[in-house]
Design a protein around this ligand. Structure first.
Ligand code: ATP
Length: 503
């Protein structure tokens, strides 16, 4: 199935099974704003707990906070967001669609990569086992030609971004003959800068009102509260994104999980490297396979950074950023010192001197993480009996419902027995009771929401207190004692077990 079709199916699956819906749906939705349903909120809470515990429980020197969304407007002046939190936008005059100029060029770079990869794949097939990929890449005429064009474009693009040269960005789009995917034309406007912050007013009269911003990142709430430790925070952030497509990949209201780690100047690049590794390990522990991740080091560093990388995940629409790791220098703290007039230096008792710490930041979007997990988990499987099933192979620790308990029939005391099972387990993990339709249909419903285990209570259960336990992925069934259920399942579905793999 084409990746685009998989993505469309995933979006409708999310809506049908209560994971994610467009916000204000009965009013035809609101651009790039989404609500999480009964399953989605559980998955989201589990992602947040996995992140939070991995930071706050596993690191003695990291604490959490929850700062306000509204902050003094000078904070955003000091942080550089009022002046520099911009994206370059360009419109196609025929389709009237708006694009980010940098994204159009990045897509063009990806096209060159695709061409090269296709040549390599074709040759690998042709030459079989004797194929030497490195040699092919360095000698094949067509590959070298694509690579040279790609490298030239990349150099030109990086320079234009670093120089903030909007005319050059437009010229690149013209020279590369990039067309609008909707109208197919090259009829482009100028490139303009667009500030992504939402503003509103605080105060009761228009004269007395103060313009304030909805925070575009949670990080600043940490900088103005810092201690000489790491500080973790989860919270909503708001960006007036130019292009709001690809479902919950790019939203105007989204949630971030950020950690700022304050370090001694000069040691920041070592810490940066360490945090890159810690964070990739956190992602890989979910078991989607190492090939789904890669680092992408930034060519254009944000105004505050001296090193930056993204952890990218293979989404149905290609490798995309899910997390940013930035070495933010002492930019933010120095700016807040300057704008607030207050000293926020740290006195280092070992060195007997004060300094403004440097900061390593790890910043991950809950919603993007959610999307990556959903897209990696969504499977359509052909079964031996000729039927097919849709199954969400979610990591068990993140699954919204851990166990479904089903009486085989709705009579003979089986529902009561099933309720008894739930009553003994509901304090340990999320259980669901289901008695409607055939057992087969009930299994399909649980597969569709990713429930790792189902238990069936039958007539035999009333005699021997044993139930049938069915595994979502293998579909294997085993007979187990009710008194053993907690022991068997709790460990496999707990976030604690996942966290232990990080040690
Ligand atoms: P992009 O290049 O995709 O716009 P960014 O580099 O601006 O993202 P950061 O400022 O580094 O993103 O934010 C950190 C994380 O917050 C990102 O890795 C992403 O997971 C998440 N994030 C940023 N913008 C959005 C958004 N509009 N919708 C959902 N998540 C977002």
């Amino acid at each position: 199935m084409a990746q685009e079709d998989v993505f469309k199916k995933l979006v409708s699956h999310c809506k049908e099974y209560g994971f994610v819906f467009p916000s204000s749906d009965i009013y035809d939705g609101l651009g790039a704003v989404y609500d999480y349903g009964q399953m989605g909120v559980e998955l989201k809470n589990n992602i947040k707990k996995y992140w939070w515990d991995s930071m706050v429980l596993l690191h003695e020197n990291i604490v959490g906070i929850d700062s306000a969304i509204f902050m003094h407007p000078t904070i955003w002046k000091a942080s550089g967001h009022v002046d520099a939190f911009n994206d370059p936008l360009i419109d196609n005059k025929d389709s009237k669609k708006r694009y980010r100029a940098d994204v159009l060029i990045e897509d063009q770079l990806a096209k060159y990569d695709d061409k090269i990869n296709k040549e390599v794949a074709k040759a690998a097939k042709r030459f079989g086992e004797s194929f030497d990929e490195a040699q092919f890449r360095s000698t094949n005429g067509r590959v070298l030609e694509h690579q040279a064009k790609r490298d030239a474009l990349h150099t030109r693009f990086a320079k234009a971004l670093n120089d903030g040269n909007l005319e050059e960005l437009r010229q690149i789009i013209i020279d590369e003959e990039i067309v609008c995917p909707i109208s197919g034309t090259k009829n482009w406007t100028e490139v303009r800068q667009f500030n992504l912050m939402f503003s509103t007013e605080m105060g009761s009269t228009s004269e007395g009102a103060m313009k304030i911003y909805l925070r575009p990142e949670t990080a600043q709430g940490i900088f103005v509260n810092y201690l000489n430790v790491g500080i973790a925070q989860i919270g909503k952030a708001f960006r007036n994104e130019i292009v709001a497509r690809q479902f919950i990949f790019r939203m105007r209201e989204f949630e971030q999980m950020e950690m700022q780690f304050f370090v001694k100047p000069g040691t920041e690049l070592d810490w940066f490297k360490k945090w890159k590794e810690i964070r990739l390990k956190w992602h890989k522990a979910l078991g989607f396979g190492d090939a789904s991740y890669r680092y992408h080091d930034h060519d254009k560093l944000a105004h505050y950074a001296n090193a930056a990388t993204d952890i990218e995940f293979l989404m149905p629409f290609g490798f995309k950023e899910v997390e940013g790791i930035h070495s933010r220098t002492n930019f933010d703290l120095s700016q807040h010192e300057k704008f607030s007039g207050k000293s926020i230096k740290y006195f280092d008792p070992e060195l007997n001197e004060s300094y403004t710490p440097y900061v390593i930041e790890t910043s991950i979007g809950v919603d993007r993480m959610f999307l990556s997990i959903m897209s990696a988990s969504y499977c359509e499987e052909q079964l031996e009996n000729g039927e097919s099933r849709v199954v969400l192979k979610l990591p068990a620790a993140l699954a919204p419902v851990k166990l479904a308990v089903m009486p085989l029939v709705k009579k003979d005391g089986l529902p009561e027995k099933a309720r008894e099972v739930i009553d003994s387990l509901k304090f340990h993990f999320h259980c669901q009771y289901d008695e409607k339709d055939s057992i087969g249909k009930r299994y399909r419903r649980q597969d569709a929401i990713g429930t790792p285990y189902c238990v069936t209570v039958d007539h035999q259960t009333l005699e021997d207190n044993c139930v049938t336990l069915r595994n979502r992925d293998t579909m294997q069934q085993e007979r187990v004692a009710i008194s053993e259920l907690n022991n068997i399942i709790a460990d496999r579905v707990s976030i604690t077990s996942l966290l232990k793999t990080l040690q």
